[in-house]
Design a protein around this ligand. Structure first.
Ligand code: ZN
Length: 417
Protein backbone atom coordinates (compact mmCIF):
# COMPACT_ATOMS: atom_id res chain seq x y z
CA UNK A 1 0.00 0.00 0.00
CA UNK A 2 1.31 3.41 -0.86
CA UNK A 3 1.35 6.26 1.61
CA UNK A 4 -1.12 8.22 -0.45
CA UNK A 5 -3.77 5.55 -0.06
CA UNK A 6 -3.66 6.15 3.69
CA UNK A 7 -3.57 9.92 3.21
CA UNK A 8 -6.59 9.84 0.95
CA UNK A 9 -8.40 8.02 3.68
CA UNK A 10 -7.47 10.19 6.68
CA UNK A 11 -6.71 13.61 5.22
CA UNK A 12 -8.50 14.06 1.91
CA UNK A 13 -9.29 17.30 0.10
CA UNK A 14 -11.21 16.94 -3.16
CA UNK A 15 -9.43 19.75 -5.06
CA UNK A 16 -5.94 18.46 -4.25
CA UNK A 17 -4.02 15.30 -5.10
CA UNK A 18 -1.22 13.54 -3.23
CA UNK A 19 1.79 12.78 -5.38
CA UNK A 20 5.10 11.17 -4.63
CA UNK A 21 6.37 10.61 -1.13
CA UNK A 22 10.04 10.06 -0.34
CA UNK A 23 12.64 10.06 2.40
CA UNK A 24 14.84 13.12 2.65
CA UNK A 25 18.37 11.77 2.07
CA UNK A 26 19.14 9.61 5.07
CA UNK A 27 17.27 11.76 7.59
CA UNK A 28 14.16 10.69 9.45
CA UNK A 29 11.98 12.96 7.34
CA UNK A 30 9.27 11.98 4.89
CA UNK A 31 8.31 14.51 2.22
CA UNK A 32 4.99 14.25 0.45
CA UNK A 33 4.18 16.29 -2.62
CA UNK A 34 0.71 17.75 -3.04
CA UNK A 35 -0.65 19.41 -6.17
CA UNK A 36 -3.90 21.07 -7.13
CA UNK A 37 -6.28 18.92 -9.15
CA UNK A 38 -6.08 19.86 -12.82
CA UNK A 39 -8.56 22.55 -13.74
CA UNK A 40 -9.42 23.38 -10.12
CA UNK A 41 -9.64 27.05 -9.20
CA UNK A 42 -7.86 28.37 -6.09
CA UNK A 43 -9.74 29.94 -3.18
CA UNK A 44 -9.00 33.60 -2.42
CA UNK A 45 -7.67 34.06 1.12
CA UNK A 46 -9.35 37.48 1.27
CA UNK A 47 -12.98 36.57 0.55
CA UNK A 48 -12.99 32.75 0.56
CA UNK A 49 -14.35 32.59 -2.98
CA UNK A 50 -12.83 30.78 -5.92
CA UNK A 51 -11.13 32.74 -8.69
CA UNK A 52 -8.80 32.21 -11.66
CA UNK A 53 -5.14 31.37 -11.01
CA UNK A 54 -2.86 34.41 -11.37
CA UNK A 55 0.42 32.51 -11.07
CA UNK A 56 2.12 29.69 -9.14
CA UNK A 57 5.02 30.05 -6.71
CA UNK A 58 8.49 29.11 -7.95
CA UNK A 59 9.32 27.19 -4.78
CA UNK A 60 7.08 24.85 -2.82
CA UNK A 61 5.95 25.66 0.73
CA UNK A 62 6.22 23.00 3.44
CA UNK A 63 3.59 22.17 6.04
CA UNK A 64 4.43 19.92 8.95
CA UNK A 65 2.02 17.01 9.22
CA UNK A 66 1.28 14.39 11.89
CA UNK A 67 4.44 12.29 12.39
CA UNK A 68 4.38 8.68 11.29
CA UNK A 69 6.36 5.80 12.86
CA UNK A 70 8.91 8.22 14.31
CA UNK A 71 9.40 10.07 11.02
CA UNK A 72 8.76 13.79 10.69
CA UNK A 73 6.31 14.32 7.84
CA UNK A 74 5.99 17.38 5.59
CA UNK A 75 3.51 18.17 2.87
CA UNK A 76 5.03 20.20 0.03
CA UNK A 77 2.87 22.38 -2.16
CA UNK A 78 3.39 25.11 -4.78
CA UNK A 79 1.08 27.90 -3.60
CA UNK A 80 -0.94 29.66 -6.27
CA UNK A 81 -2.07 33.27 -6.33
CA UNK A 82 -5.64 34.17 -7.16
CA UNK A 83 -6.65 36.94 -9.50
CA UNK A 84 -9.67 37.87 -7.37
CA UNK A 85 -12.27 40.26 -8.73
CA UNK A 86 -12.92 41.70 -5.26
CA UNK A 87 -9.55 41.55 -3.50
CA UNK A 88 -7.02 41.84 -6.32
CA UNK A 89 -4.14 39.37 -6.44
CA UNK A 90 -4.06 37.29 -3.24
CA UNK A 91 -2.42 34.09 -2.05
CA UNK A 92 -4.75 31.10 -2.17
CA UNK A 93 -6.23 29.54 0.94
CA UNK A 94 -5.44 25.85 1.37
CA UNK A 95 -7.80 23.66 3.38
CA UNK A 96 -5.14 21.87 5.47
CA UNK A 97 -3.60 24.99 7.08
CA UNK A 98 -4.56 28.52 8.07
CA UNK A 99 -3.00 31.67 6.73
CA UNK A 100 0.78 31.65 6.71
CA UNK A 101 0.87 28.80 9.22
CA UNK A 102 3.46 26.16 8.37
CA UNK A 103 1.77 23.53 10.53
CA UNK A 104 -1.13 21.48 9.20
CA UNK A 105 -4.40 21.89 11.09
CA UNK A 106 -4.47 18.12 11.63
CA UNK A 107 -1.06 18.30 13.31
CA UNK A 108 -2.10 21.27 15.46
CA UNK A 109 -5.17 19.42 16.70
CA UNK A 110 -2.99 16.36 17.29
CA UNK A 111 -0.54 18.38 19.43
CA UNK A 112 -3.32 20.09 21.34
CA UNK A 113 -4.94 16.76 22.21
CA UNK A 114 -1.70 15.32 23.50
CA UNK A 115 -1.10 18.49 25.51
CA UNK A 116 -4.09 17.56 27.65
CA UNK A 117 -2.27 14.43 28.79
CA UNK A 118 1.35 15.54 28.89
CA UNK A 119 3.19 18.74 29.70
CA UNK A 120 3.63 21.03 26.72
CA UNK A 121 7.40 20.60 26.62
CA UNK A 122 7.03 16.81 26.64
CA UNK A 123 4.65 17.06 23.68
CA UNK A 124 7.16 19.23 21.83
CA UNK A 125 9.99 16.74 22.47
CA UNK A 126 8.07 13.61 21.60
CA UNK A 127 6.62 14.92 18.36
CA UNK A 128 9.75 16.61 17.03
CA UNK A 129 8.72 20.22 17.29
CA UNK A 130 9.23 23.09 19.72
CA UNK A 131 7.33 24.67 22.61
CA UNK A 132 6.20 27.64 20.49
CA UNK A 133 4.54 25.42 17.89
CA UNK A 134 2.73 23.47 20.62
CA UNK A 135 1.59 26.69 22.29
CA UNK A 136 0.32 28.19 19.02
CA UNK A 137 -1.47 24.93 18.19
CA UNK A 138 -3.27 25.01 21.53
CA UNK A 139 -4.13 28.72 21.18
CA UNK A 140 -5.69 27.99 17.81
CA UNK A 141 -7.77 25.10 19.14
CA UNK A 142 -8.82 27.22 22.15
CA UNK A 143 -9.75 30.24 20.01
CA UNK A 144 -11.89 28.00 17.81
CA UNK A 145 -13.52 26.44 20.85
CA UNK A 146 -14.31 29.78 22.47
CA UNK A 147 -15.87 31.02 19.25
CA UNK A 148 -18.03 27.91 18.89
CA UNK A 149 -19.10 27.14 22.47
CA UNK A 150 -22.50 27.83 23.90
CA UNK A 151 -23.05 29.85 27.07
CA UNK A 152 -26.77 29.09 27.23
CA UNK A 153 -28.49 27.40 30.13
CA UNK A 154 -25.97 28.26 32.85
CA UNK A 155 -27.65 28.40 36.27
CA UNK A 156 -24.84 28.22 38.81
CA UNK A 157 -21.41 29.82 38.67
CA UNK A 158 -18.45 29.95 41.06
CA UNK A 159 -16.06 32.89 41.13
CA UNK A 160 -12.55 32.31 42.40
CA UNK A 161 -9.12 33.83 42.31
CA UNK A 162 -5.83 32.09 41.61
CA UNK A 163 -2.51 33.48 42.79
CA UNK A 164 0.07 33.18 40.03
CA UNK A 165 3.80 33.81 40.21
CA UNK A 166 5.20 35.78 43.06
CA UNK A 167 4.33 39.29 44.05
CA UNK A 168 0.56 39.16 44.39
CA UNK A 169 -0.45 38.58 40.81
CA UNK A 170 -3.92 37.11 40.45
CA UNK A 171 -6.27 35.71 37.89
CA UNK A 172 -10.02 35.82 38.30
CA UNK A 173 -11.70 32.64 37.12
CA UNK A 174 -15.38 31.86 36.70
CA UNK A 175 -16.62 28.27 36.61
CA UNK A 176 -19.95 26.79 35.71
CA UNK A 177 -20.87 24.63 38.71
CA UNK A 178 -24.23 23.17 37.72
CA UNK A 179 -24.58 19.54 38.82
CA UNK A 180 -24.54 18.25 35.26
CA UNK A 181 -22.08 20.71 33.71
CA UNK A 182 -18.85 21.83 35.27
CA UNK A 183 -16.33 23.78 33.30
CA UNK A 184 -14.20 26.88 33.24
CA UNK A 185 -16.15 29.71 31.64
CA UNK A 186 -13.83 32.63 31.86
CA UNK A 187 -10.36 33.83 32.88
CA UNK A 188 -9.49 37.47 33.57
CA UNK A 189 -6.47 39.36 34.78
CA UNK A 190 -6.19 40.65 38.34
CA UNK A 191 -9.06 40.36 40.83
CA UNK A 192 -10.67 43.76 40.55
CA UNK A 193 -14.26 44.75 39.85
CA UNK A 194 -13.17 45.25 36.26
CA UNK A 195 -11.94 41.65 36.08
CA UNK A 196 -15.33 40.23 37.01
CA UNK A 197 -17.25 42.77 34.91
CA UNK A 198 -15.36 41.32 31.96
CA UNK A 199 -17.05 37.97 32.57
CA UNK A 200 -20.52 39.47 32.79
CA UNK A 201 -19.90 41.41 29.59
CA UNK A 202 -19.01 38.15 27.84
CA UNK A 203 -22.03 36.38 29.32
CA UNK A 204 -24.46 39.12 28.33
CA UNK A 205 -27.26 40.68 30.38
CA UNK A 206 -29.98 38.26 29.34
CA UNK A 207 -27.99 35.19 30.41
CA UNK A 208 -26.83 36.88 33.61
CA UNK A 209 -30.46 37.35 34.60
CA UNK A 210 -31.01 33.58 34.37
CA UNK A 211 -28.32 32.74 36.93
CA UNK A 212 -29.79 31.13 40.05
CA UNK A 213 -26.68 30.62 42.20
CA UNK A 214 -23.39 32.42 42.46
CA UNK A 215 -20.68 31.11 44.77
CA UNK A 216 -17.68 33.23 45.65
CA UNK A 217 -15.27 34.12 48.41
CA UNK A 218 -15.51 37.24 50.55
CA UNK A 219 -13.41 39.41 48.28
CA UNK A 220 -15.12 42.80 48.25
CA UNK A 221 -14.84 43.65 44.52
CA UNK A 222 -16.53 40.35 43.64
CA UNK A 223 -19.32 40.90 46.17
CA UNK A 224 -20.01 44.34 44.71
CA UNK A 225 -20.18 43.20 41.10
CA UNK A 226 -22.31 40.13 41.89
CA UNK A 227 -24.78 42.27 43.87
CA UNK A 228 -25.05 44.63 40.94
CA UNK A 229 -25.15 42.30 37.94
CA UNK A 230 -26.72 39.09 39.27
CA UNK A 231 -28.88 40.39 42.10
CA UNK A 232 -31.63 37.80 41.46
CA UNK A 233 -29.25 34.88 42.12
CA UNK A 234 -28.73 33.35 45.56
CA UNK A 235 -25.23 34.45 46.41
CA UNK A 236 -23.37 31.81 48.40
CA UNK A 237 -20.11 32.25 50.23
CA UNK A 238 -18.36 29.04 49.48
CA UNK A 239 -17.56 26.69 52.34
CA UNK A 240 -14.13 26.04 50.91
CA UNK A 241 -13.13 29.70 51.17
CA UNK A 242 -14.37 29.99 54.75
CA UNK A 243 -12.51 26.87 55.85
CA UNK A 244 -9.41 28.27 54.17
CA UNK A 245 -9.73 31.47 56.21
CA UNK A 246 -10.01 29.55 59.50
CA UNK A 247 -7.01 27.41 58.57
CA UNK A 248 -4.98 30.51 57.85
CA UNK A 249 -5.88 31.92 61.27
CA UNK A 250 -4.79 28.70 63.04
CA UNK A 251 -1.55 28.77 61.16
CA UNK A 252 -0.88 32.32 62.34
CA UNK A 253 -1.63 31.41 65.95
CA UNK A 254 0.59 28.35 65.76
CA UNK A 255 3.50 30.12 64.07
CA UNK A 256 3.58 32.99 66.56
CA UNK A 257 3.22 30.68 69.54
CA UNK A 258 6.00 28.41 68.27
CA UNK A 259 8.31 31.40 67.93
CA UNK A 260 7.40 32.55 71.40
CA UNK A 261 8.04 29.14 72.99
CA UNK A 262 11.38 28.88 71.26
CA UNK A 263 12.25 32.40 72.41
CA UNK A 264 11.57 31.47 76.00
CA UNK A 265 13.65 28.33 75.74
CA UNK A 266 10.81 25.77 76.00
CA UNK A 267 10.74 22.38 74.33
CA UNK A 268 9.79 22.85 70.66
CA UNK A 269 6.53 20.86 70.94
CA UNK A 270 4.89 22.75 68.06
CA UNK A 271 7.67 21.95 65.65
CA UNK A 272 6.49 20.16 62.50
CA UNK A 273 2.88 20.12 63.61
CA UNK A 274 1.48 22.38 60.94
CA UNK A 275 -0.52 19.66 59.14
CA UNK A 276 -1.74 18.11 62.39
CA UNK A 277 -3.82 21.22 62.86
CA UNK A 278 -4.81 21.91 59.26
CA UNK A 279 -5.89 18.48 58.07
CA UNK A 280 -9.21 16.95 58.93
CA UNK A 281 -8.86 14.39 61.71
CA UNK A 282 -9.80 11.49 59.47
CA UNK A 283 -7.01 12.40 57.02
CA UNK A 284 -4.18 12.37 59.53
CA UNK A 285 -1.45 9.74 59.37
CA UNK A 286 -1.10 7.53 62.48
CA UNK A 287 2.02 9.51 63.44
CA UNK A 288 0.18 12.80 63.12
CA UNK A 289 -2.76 11.53 65.15
CA UNK A 290 -0.44 10.54 67.96
CA UNK A 291 1.39 13.86 67.87
CA UNK A 292 -1.90 15.78 67.90
CA UNK A 293 -3.28 13.78 70.86
CA UNK A 294 -0.10 14.61 72.72
CA UNK A 295 -0.21 18.35 72.00
CA UNK A 296 -3.91 18.64 72.87
CA UNK A 297 -2.99 17.98 76.53
CA UNK A 298 -1.07 21.23 76.77
CA UNK A 299 -2.62 24.55 77.57
CA UNK A 300 -1.66 26.28 74.36
CA UNK A 301 -3.23 29.03 72.29
CA UNK A 302 -2.85 26.79 69.24
CA UNK A 303 -4.93 24.11 70.95
CA UNK A 304 -7.72 26.57 71.68
CA UNK A 305 -7.67 27.76 68.09
CA UNK A 306 -7.79 24.16 66.90
CA UNK A 307 -10.78 23.33 69.06
CA UNK A 308 -12.60 26.34 67.63
CA UNK A 309 -11.86 25.15 64.13
CA UNK A 310 -13.14 21.66 64.91
CA UNK A 311 -16.30 23.14 66.40
CA UNK A 312 -17.02 24.96 63.15
CA UNK A 313 -17.27 21.64 61.27
CA UNK A 314 -20.57 20.96 62.99
CA UNK A 315 -21.93 24.17 61.49
CA UNK A 316 -21.87 22.72 57.98
CA UNK A 317 -23.91 19.68 59.05
CA UNK A 318 -27.05 21.72 59.72
CA UNK A 319 -29.87 21.55 57.24
CA UNK A 320 -32.02 24.38 58.56
CA UNK A 321 -30.59 27.84 57.76
CA UNK A 322 -32.20 29.17 60.94
CA UNK A 323 -30.45 26.70 63.26
CA UNK A 324 -27.25 27.05 61.29
CA UNK A 325 -27.48 30.79 61.94
CA UNK A 326 -27.97 30.17 65.65
CA UNK A 327 -24.91 27.93 65.73
CA UNK A 328 -22.80 30.41 63.76
CA UNK A 329 -23.66 33.18 66.24
CA UNK A 330 -22.64 30.95 69.15
CA UNK A 331 -19.40 30.10 67.45
CA UNK A 332 -18.59 33.74 66.70
CA UNK A 333 -19.23 34.75 70.31
CA UNK A 334 -16.91 32.00 71.48
CA UNK A 335 -14.22 32.99 69.01
CA UNK A 336 -14.49 36.66 69.95
CA UNK A 337 -13.88 35.77 73.59
CA UNK A 338 -10.95 33.52 72.76
CA UNK A 339 -8.29 36.23 73.08
CA UNK A 340 -6.80 34.85 69.86
CA UNK A 341 -6.53 37.80 67.52
CA UNK A 342 -6.49 35.85 64.20
CA UNK A 343 -9.59 33.85 65.28
CA UNK A 344 -11.37 37.01 66.40
CA UNK A 345 -10.68 38.50 63.01
CA UNK A 346 -12.28 35.48 61.30
CA UNK A 347 -15.31 35.72 63.60
CA UNK A 348 -15.80 39.40 62.75
CA UNK A 349 -15.58 38.59 59.02
CA UNK A 350 -18.09 35.74 59.31
CA UNK A 351 -20.46 37.93 61.29
CA UNK A 352 -20.42 40.70 58.75
CA UNK A 353 -21.21 38.20 55.94
CA UNK A 354 -23.74 36.21 57.94
CA UNK A 355 -26.53 36.28 55.33
CA UNK A 356 -24.35 35.22 52.44
CA UNK A 357 -22.87 32.40 54.51
CA UNK A 358 -26.30 31.12 55.46
CA UNK A 359 -27.25 31.11 51.78
CA UNK A 360 -25.02 28.07 51.61
CA UNK A 361 -27.77 26.11 53.35
CA UNK A 362 -30.35 27.43 50.90
CA UNK A 363 -28.22 26.29 47.96
CA UNK A 364 -26.79 23.16 49.54
CA UNK A 365 -28.87 20.72 47.56
CA UNK A 366 -28.62 22.58 44.27
CA UNK A 367 -24.94 23.22 43.74
CA UNK A 368 -22.15 20.81 44.38
CA UNK A 369 -20.02 22.33 47.01
CA UNK A 370 -16.67 20.72 46.46
CA UNK A 371 -16.68 21.92 42.87
CA UNK A 372 -14.95 25.25 43.22
CA UNK A 373 -12.24 23.69 45.35
CA UNK A 374 -11.74 20.83 42.90
CA UNK A 375 -11.63 23.19 39.94
CA UNK A 376 -9.10 25.34 41.75
CA UNK A 377 -6.82 22.33 42.24
CA UNK A 378 -7.13 21.39 38.57
CA UNK A 379 -6.43 24.97 37.52
CA UNK A 380 -3.14 24.92 39.38
CA UNK A 381 -2.21 21.65 37.68
CA UNK A 382 -3.05 23.12 34.28
CA UNK A 383 -0.82 26.10 34.96
CA UNK A 384 2.00 23.77 35.95
CA UNK A 385 1.67 21.76 32.76
CA UNK A 386 2.11 24.87 30.65
CA UNK A 387 5.18 26.16 32.44
CA UNK A 388 7.45 27.88 30.01
CA UNK A 389 6.68 31.44 29.17
CA UNK A 390 5.39 33.57 31.96
CA UNK A 391 2.67 35.56 30.33
CA UNK A 392 -1.01 35.91 31.06
CA UNK A 393 -1.83 34.74 27.55
CA UNK A 394 -0.13 31.41 28.16
CA UNK A 395 -1.92 30.90 31.48
CA UNK A 396 -5.30 31.78 30.01
CA UNK A 397 -4.78 29.42 27.08
CA UNK A 398 -3.68 26.59 29.39
CA UNK A 399 -6.70 27.04 31.65
CA UNK A 400 -9.25 27.15 28.85
CA UNK A 401 -7.65 24.18 27.14
CA UNK A 402 -7.62 22.05 30.25
CA UNK A 403 -10.83 23.02 32.00
CA UNK A 404 -13.04 24.76 29.44
CA UNK A 405 -14.53 21.58 27.88
CA UNK A 406 -14.37 23.49 24.62
CA UNK A 407 -15.61 22.03 21.35
CA UNK A 408 -12.81 21.12 18.93
CA UNK A 409 -12.38 22.09 15.27
CA UNK A 410 -14.63 19.64 13.46
CA UNK A 411 -13.57 19.83 9.81
CA UNK A 412 -11.41 16.70 10.07
CA UNK A 413 -13.27 13.44 10.00
CA UNK A 414 -10.34 11.28 11.05
CA UNK A 415 -9.04 11.32 14.64
CA UNK A 416 -5.25 11.20 14.55
CA UNK A 417 -5.05 10.54 18.29
ZN1 ZN B 1 -11.11 37.70 -2.78
Amino acid sequence: MELKVALNRCHRFPSFVYQKSSFQDDEDIVNIEVRARRGSRPICSGCNRRGPTYDTAQAPRSFQFVPLWGYIVFLWYFMRRVDCRRCGVTVERVPWADGKNRTCNAFRLFLARWARRLSWSEVADIFCTNWGVVYRAISWVVAWGLAHRSLDGIEAIGVDEIAVWKGHKYLTVVYQIDQEARRLLWVGRERTEESLRGFFAALGTARAKLLRFVASDMWKPYLTVIAELASQAVHVLDRYHIVAKVNKAIDEVRASEARELAGRGYQPILKRTRWCFLKRQENLTPGQTEKLADILQYDLRTVRAYLLKEALHAFWEYTSPWWAGWYLDQWCTRALRSRLEPMKKVARTLRSHRDLILNWFVAKKEISCGTVEGMNTNAKLAIRKARGFRTYEVLETALYHELGHLPEPDFLTHRFC
